[in-house]
Each structure stands twice: as structure tokens, then as C-alpha cells.
Design a protein around this ligand. Structure first.
Ligand code: F6R
Length: 246
């Protein structure tokens, strides 16, 4: 088992390839269970999926989705919440049924119960077929910061200073940047039948090297994916500058 690394020329090519991969999964299994991510990286992929829906009738009517994470303390209608992001970039533009889209509730009364309920919902659907994820510069996947265990599940987590700083670009006031999130665990992602990690830009080059070629451990949560039976890293040339292709 090892990560398959596919290097494409540009971030546009990464997005097109990722969207085609997702579309193929939907065509092969119309009621596919997809895991999804937010952040800058998948924005173009979602735009491609919207195009495939409009131009090629890609049908999301039976698709179910689970997102990786949500800021703790933000309502879904807050314009920096991940629920809002998903509506804006994808869900509002395709024929997915709203009740088939799941994002952890950042305003849940009890984070532990919310985490358990989210895991139970994923299990009740039969598990995630394909999880699209990104990677943080510190090697995090979802908001599993360094220190997160392989068997971690959905839970509330304290964000590290560098993640808070990276997220601050989206908030007008740095004091408004959430310090916590509710995130699926490394174990939740690992349970997906296939994991597709996207990374673009040279800012991700070191994280990609550590994840694919570094030691496996919680110092770089993405490195646990080296043991996944079906994991592909789809990256552009800039993100590949510190590795050689497998
Ligand atoms: C997003 C998420 C994060 C991001 C990562 C990369 O739901 O869980 O792990 O995938 O921080 O973010 P971008 O794509 O903005 O560089």
C-alpha cells in the first residue's frame, strides 16, 4: 500500500481531473456517498462539477455528501461557515437534495453528541465511497492537526496558531477567526473506500513531501494515508517540487 501520486501541469488540470473522477463515481453508482472538503483548493473542482451538471446533465439527485468539518460557533448561514461555502460553491447550483447534504453542526449544544451522531449518520449510509480532501501546510487533513491519532473520530478540536493564521485571510477582523472546529477524524477519512487528496501551489510542497515520503505518524496526520488501500494525491507541478512521482 502506498499513496498514488499524480502530478498535473496546473491547478486547472487538477480540478478538471478531480471533477471527472467524482463524475465517474456518480455515473457508476448514482447513490454514491461522497465526502467533501472546503478551502481554496477544491473551489475550481466544484466549479467544474457545476459545469458537468449544466452541460452534461451530471445527476446529483441520489448523491449523499458528508463534509469534513465546520468552524465551532458559526451558524450555517454565517458567510464564513463551511455550510455556507458548500451552498455557495456547489449545492445551490446542482440538483442535490438538501437533506442528503451533511456538514457538522458548529452550533451543536454538545460537541461529543454531535460527533457521535455524525459518525452514526455516515455508518447508516454504508460509509463514504470517495472522500475528496485537501491538506494543510502543517500536514493536517480536515482539521486533524498534528498530534491527531490514526483512530480519531469526529470531535471538537482546538485549531493551532498557524491554521488560525491561514484561515484569517477569510475574515475581516482577526478577532473573529474561530479558534475551534468540529472535524471528522483521521479514522473517519481512513474508513472511506477511496481518498482523493488535492494540493496545488508551492506552499503545499513540503506537506506533500512529508505526507508521501516522511515517517507515518501524528506529526503529519496526512502521512497515515500511506497505509490506505486506495489513496491518490492529485497535485500540480508546484506542489510536487519536493518529491518525485511514484
Ligand atoms: C477543509 C479542510 C482543510 C483544508 C486545508 C487546505 O474542509 O478540512 O483541511 O482542506 O486546510 O485548505 P486550502 O485548500 O484552503 O489550502
Amino acid at each position: 500500500m502506498s499513496i498514488q501520486t499524480q502530478i498535473l501541469d496546473t491547478s486547472d488540470a487538477v480540478a478538471q481531473h478531480a471533477a471527472r473522477t467524482i463524475a465517474t463515481h456518480i455515473q457508476n453508482k448514482p447513490n454514491v456517498i461522497l465526502g467533501l472538503a472546503t478551502g481554496s483548493t477544491p473551489v475550481k473542482t466544484y466549479a467544474e462539477l457545476v459545469c458537468l451538471h449544466r452541460e452534461e446533465n451530471l445527476d446529483f439527485s441520489k448523491v449523499t455528501t458528508f463534509n469534513l468539518d465546520e468552524y465551532w460557533g458559526l451558524d450555517g448561514d454565517h458567510d464564513q461557515s463551511y455550510r455556507y461555502f458548500m451552498q455557495h460553491h456547489l449545492f445551490d447550483h446542482i440538483n442535490i437534495r438538501p437533506w442528503n447534504t451533511h456538514v457538522p453542526n458548529g452550533k451543536a449544544v454538545d460537541a461529543t453528541l454531535e460527533g457521535e451522531a455524525y459518525e452514526a449518520q455516515i455508518r447508516a449510509c454504508g460509509g463514504v465511497d470517495l472522500w475528496l480532501i485537501g491538506i494543510g501546510q502543517n500536514g493536517h487533513i480536515a482539521f486533524n492537526e498534528p498530534g491527531s491519532d490514526m483512530d480519531s473520530l469526529t470531535r471538537r478540536i482546538d485549531l493551532l496558531a498557524d491554521t488560525i493564521e491561514a484561515n484569517a485571510r477569510f475574515f475581516e477582523n482577526s478577532a473573529d477567526v474561530p479558534q475551534q472546529a468540529i472535524t471528522v477524524g483521521v479514522g473517519t477519512i481512513f474508513a472511506a473506500k477511496k481518498v482523493l487528496l488535492l494540493a496545488t501551489g508551492e506552499g503545499k510542497a513540503e506537506a506533500i513531501k512529508n505526507a508521501t515520503q516522511g515517517p507515518i505518524g501524528s506529526q503529519c496526520p496526512a502521512s497515515f494515508l500511506q497505509n490506505h488501500p486506495d489513496c491518490t494525491f492529485l497535485i500540480d507541478q508546484e506542489a510536487a517540487t519536493q518529491i518525485s512521482a511514484s
